[in-house]
Design a protein around this ligand. Sequence first.
Ligand code: PEP
Ligand code: MG
Length: 555
Amino acid sequence: MEFTGTGIGRGVAVGQTVRMPDPLPEPADTPSKRGADDELSRATASMGAVARDLEKRAEIAGGTAADVLEAQAMMAEDPSLVDLISQATAAGKTAERAVFESFASFRDQLTAMGGYLGERAADLDDVSQRVIADLSGVPAPGVPQPEEPFVLVARDLAPADTALLDLDKVLALVTSDGGPTSHTAILAREKAIVAIVGTADALTIENGTSVIVDAAAGTVMTEPSAAAVADAEARIAERREAASAPLTPGALADGTAVPLLANLGSGDAAASAVELGAEGVGLFRTEFLFLDAGQTAPSVDEQTAHYVRVLEAFPGKKVTVRVLDAGADKPLPFLNDADEENPALGLRGLRALRANEQILRDQLTALAAADAQTDADLWVMAPMVSTVEETEYFVGLAHEFGLRTAGIMVEVPSIALLADRALAHADFASIGTNDLTQYTLAADRLLGTVAGFQDPWHPAVLRLISEIGQAGADTGTPVGICGEAAADPLLAVVLVGLGATTLSMSPAALADVRLSLVRFDRDAAQRLARIALDAHDAASARSAVTDAAASLQKE
Ligand code: PEP
Ligand code: MG
């Protein structure tokens, strides 16, 4: 039987499943026998204990995981939650019930906000369970610890669990909930754990079932045949070889350089990207800096310090910073109008910045200041550019601030179709295939029901990319790719064949893509691109290219 979900990364795993234990039962709503003061002090003591435990886990985990766990530790002692709990205990509830209800009402508020904040709701649930477990004197529900390596099947994983997973034991993660931007997905991507999230019916898979988890295909196959297991094991061996290959610069078999760059969301991730051989940064997403700042934008000084940290990790190398991409899946309280019915089609990205130009000017000021203090090669780009006029506006403004290399992200079909005109004004273009696919196929990238459309192999998406590649070649303008498509080793070759000059991806994907590129020369890459363009749909493009690649690759 085959289950499908959203695969994170490209990995494959073969093993037997172990189910995550069920969550704690809902605390009974019976009146307290201890009195309100006693219940409130029990609740606050447990909240404090959980916060300290999460801080300790943050210290051990480091990296992005530490930020997530520290944020959870703060949730555990959030004063507005304490207020809600105090009201509930004053109304005669037990500490357990008060904690349960107060966290649940907070969770509902976050879920209603949707997008990035909605996906933080799972983090809050985990904190609530930890506090209730502490109050009840039982262990917090967590990852089981069997002797043998296993495939973990769960509803969703709390960051506290994902961050400290024993990677020698956990072969893969399969969750029934969670989207591509849930913390399980982000941390799995960062730690290169084979994972499939949002797998409907995953919880019906029995404990101890043999499975093949294929993240590239987004499938979990139960009770596979011996041939399927052998094929999966061969792919695992190939990936192991890729991971241990020397960290040479990205290039095709004929020596054509294709610099391999990293997508980063915080300065903390820079060091590990360098270790994995990133030749620079193709996309530094600044949203996380703003999302973490809360109700107002971070100050120019705070931003400068953060950008300096990233630039310093890449002396003499290219670092491409994207100005704030707020809206749609990443709403910011001080920038976005919460009443938009279709936020992905609303005031997001550059449109939102133009409507709040001081925020853009402050960010460019901070970037210029960081540039002056470091010797990386800073490139800046704007998200969600849809017209030639917007291109002229952003590139002109960035140059005014002394930023020498300014470009646009190509994420909207309109600008891809007019790439020849847009690139006359930009120093470079970077194709965001995640949004370009969403807008080309008219399928919300966060919506599970239309996830099947979110496939960058679709020839319509590839045809738009070829327009930009052609315009780049005609005008001598660099054209990078910074969407998830660049992390697919075979699609990466097709993208180079379509004219991409650099590829940027989650650092965990660099090794696979490096190994794939050296198997093809420029002519083969262009032939594969042609084959993909000629297909009728994403599935046939993928399979036609896979078949042709076998005969075109150099050994
Ligand atoms: C994209 O849209 O492909 C992209 C790289 O930007 P983000 O995923 O942050 O929207
Ligand atoms: Mg985008």
